[in-house]
Structure formats: structure tokens, C-alpha cells
Design a binder for this molecule. Sequence first.
Ligand code: ZN
Length: 144
Amino acid sequence: MNARSKKRGDKREAFVALLHTAGLRPTQQRLALAKWLFSGCPKHTTVAEARAAARKSHTHVSLATIYNMLNDFSRVGLLRPIAIGGEHLFFDTNTDNHQHLFDEEKRCLTDIPAALARLAREPRIPAGKRLTRVDIVLHVGVDK
Ligand SMILES: [Zn+2]
């Protein structure tokens, strides 16, 4: 094994370990998706974008399979699902506390640091409950 293939092997092992640690069986399809999702820049992906990426890497999976894998990744905390208006569903590779700008024209999300988008006052939380997360999405459109 030369240095280049060893390096590639190390990355594969890192993704196998990531899925194992999360409690997911590292199938070839899940490994291919994990590699695309967690390599390079953070992503806010849709099911269609993830499927297009899979096709580019010659991994043939149905839209339903991609959707199920993205939901599996979300269930174990590897992704954060973000539903916008019941019409758009994104999966965020950044699971840290942060908020979003939604560009209504381009239909894409941009991160906002949590400190820049906070509730002025937190509502009264019912007894026996605790605030677990705040999701703020600021919609932006063309300035006419
Ligand atoms: Zn984000």
C-alpha cells in the first residue's frame, strides 16, 4: 500500500468509526454519504442535492434511500434537520448551536452565529419541561 492509498484508507476508517460510534452500520452507501457530507466545508443539503452528489460519485441510490439515510444520520445526532415552512427540508452538518438566514430566491441557508440571533426574552417554559433548542430562521428576499 503506497502513502496515497494508505491515506485514503485512513479516511475510510475514520468514516467507519464515525458511523460505528453513532450506532449506525457502515454500509457502502452510508459511507459514501458520510464522506460527501463530512468532507470539506459544512453543508446544508437537501435530499436532491445529496442524491446528485451520490450519482456524481457513481453511488446509485434511490431518493427514498437517501432520505432514509439522512434521517438515520439525524436521529443519531450527526445531522440537524431544518424544515422551512413545510416546503423545504435541509440537513445541516453543523450540529452546534447556531441560527440561519434563508435566501428565498436562491433557496439556500447561511449560518448565523447563535449570539447574533437570540430571543429578546425566553417564554415561560411549562413546569417539568426545559428549553432544549431554539431554531431561528430569518427569511431574506430581494430588496425591491
Ligand atoms: Zn447551519
